[in-house]
Design a protein around this ligand. Structure first.
Ligand SMILES: Nc1nc2c(c(=O)[nH]1)N[C@H]1C(S)=C(S)[C@@H](COP(=O)(O)OP(=O)(O)OC[C@H]3O[C@@H](n4cnc5c(N)ncnc54)[C@H](O)[C@@H]3O)O[C@H]1N2
Ligand code: MOO
Length: 392
């Protein structure tokens, strides 16, 4: 069932606002550099010392002091006319003229001279010397909190002398799929359906910022549903369920949530498909996002309410809508927002032919999802559209 017995559904934009508001803020954790990639940075990255922190050679060759010819010696005395062999990265003392690269010099006995490949002024003052603090000074912020940590950030943090970063970890999510008729593999017989969620929902949730801890199948049974919700809520900040949102004898989600003392945040959505999507909060603060069993309806519910929840729990910015121009007239639904997978041609959007709530074919070929207001929209006008998490 949907809004019929559950009261009027919440308007689409309002539902997104309520979903984000119901989620408590992101957690903060300190993790090893390698584990931080892909997470939201919660604290600035600050150089612990200057980068580079010592002067070094940028070339294999000779550190030289003063004018040629240079006599090979040791770095202990910086006497004009002295030189010594260096390799790339080797520490250099202050006071040398520069580094003559190995291809541009020749040694005869202990005497070093530039060869014919060298220019007359080589090495110029400071040539091939990496000076300290040219990339950052000690205490300088080199990455500001609020971005997703990427591999380059991590390499920079390592260069800054850091071993760990302060991040917002991905919120843990537990998935419960319901439905005695659902078959996990192979060809389903008449009366059974292939599980749409097991193979894809964890990835979509990850794309939206979550980390799926477990996926559990629950039979159409109230005690089993209560037990599974309790187990899931013990490990997850968000529990995502599929199916069983209705009021039939096979649907036990509502009564199970009531038994657990849950507060209903979103009882239903004024949205097609996906109207029966529900958001509830358990007494421990964990959110339970109840998606309808129909596969497209479930993803529309996940994009609408799950996106804002996961963004808030992971400290990420919400996936925002963008404007897209229509190739055709699109009819609205008088009391609901329609979500229609669309494909693009010549930069104009047309709903795909497969928009039924059980159909995945439209979404599989879609470039995004149109957010159609109740009054519909005419060809040539612009509508809001949601980007698909896998195409961002
Ligand atoms: N009398 C009414 N009946 C229904 C209403 C209503 O308002 N009044 N709303 C319809 C709408 S809209 C939807 S959406 C569904 C929601 O149903 P449930 O959330 O209770 O889900 P189920 O009944 O368990 O399943 C619905 C449908 O989805 C199939 N399903 C379930 N799980 C999976 C899965 N893992 N993979 C693929 N398909 C799945 C299931 O076999 C059913 O066909 O209720 C309508 N009915
Ligand atoms: O809301 Mo249901 O999702 O139309 O099938």
């Amino acid at each position: 069932m949907s809004s019929g017995k559950g009261g009027p559904g919440i308007e689409w934009h309002e539902a997104r606002r309520l979903a984000a508001a119901a989620a408590s803020g992101p957690e903060i954790a300190v993790v090893n550099l390698a584990e931080s990639i892909g997470l939201m940075l919660a604290g600035d990255v600050v150089a612990q010392q200057s980068i580079p922190h010592f002067a070094s050679s940028a070339m294999d060759g000779w550190a030289v002091v003063g004018e040629e010819p240079w006599m090979l010696g040791s770095p202990d005395s910086l006497t004009p006319g002295s030189a010594w062999p260096v390799v790339t990265g080797q520490q250099l003392p202050i006071g040398i003229r520069g580094v003559l690269r190995s291809e541009h010099g020749a040694v005869d006995g202990r005497e070093l001279r530039p060869n014919e490949r060298a220019t007359s002024d080589e090495p110029r003052p400071g040539q091939h010397v990496r000076l300290p603090a040219t990339e950052a000074t000690r205490g300088e912020i080199v990455v500001t909190a609020g971005c997703i940590v990427n591999p380059a950030h991590v390499a920079l943090a390592a260069a800054c002398g850091l071993d760990e970063l302060t991040v917002h970890p991905r919120p843990t999510v537990a998935i419960l799929t319901t439905g005695d008729e659902v078959t996990a593999a192979g060809l389903p017989s008449a009366g059974s359906v292939r599980d749409s969620f097991g193979p894809q929902l964890p990835s979509v949730i990850a794309m939206l910022g979550g980390s799926v801890h477990s996926t559990t199948r629950v039979g159409d049974d109230e005690d089993a549903t209560v037990a599974a919700l309790t187990t899931a809520a013990a490990v997850a900040r968000l529990v995502v369920t599929t199916g069983g949102t209705g009021h039939s004898s096979a649907d036990h989600l509502r009564s199970s949530l009531a038994r657990l003392g849950a507060t209903i945040v979103i009882p239903a959505l004024a949205m097609r498909p996906g109207a029966p999507t529900m958001l509830a909060q358990l007494p421990g603060g964990q959110l339970v996002l109840c998606l309808p069993g129909n596969p497209l309806a479930a993803l529309m519910g996940l994009f609408t309410a799950g996106g804002p929840v996961l963004a808030a729990l992971s400290g990420r910015s919400e996936i925002s809508t963008h404007r897209i121009r229509l190739a055709t007239d699109v009819a609205g639904s008088p009391t609901a927002t329609r979500l229609l997978p669309y494909s693009l041609g010549e930069k104009l959007a047309s709903p795909t032919p497969w928009t039924g709530s059980a159909m995945m074919r439209g979404l599989a070929s879609a470039d995004g999802v149109l957010v159609v207001p109740p009054e519909g929209a005419a060809a040539g006008s612009e509508l809001d559209a949601l980007p698909l998490p896998w195409l961002r």
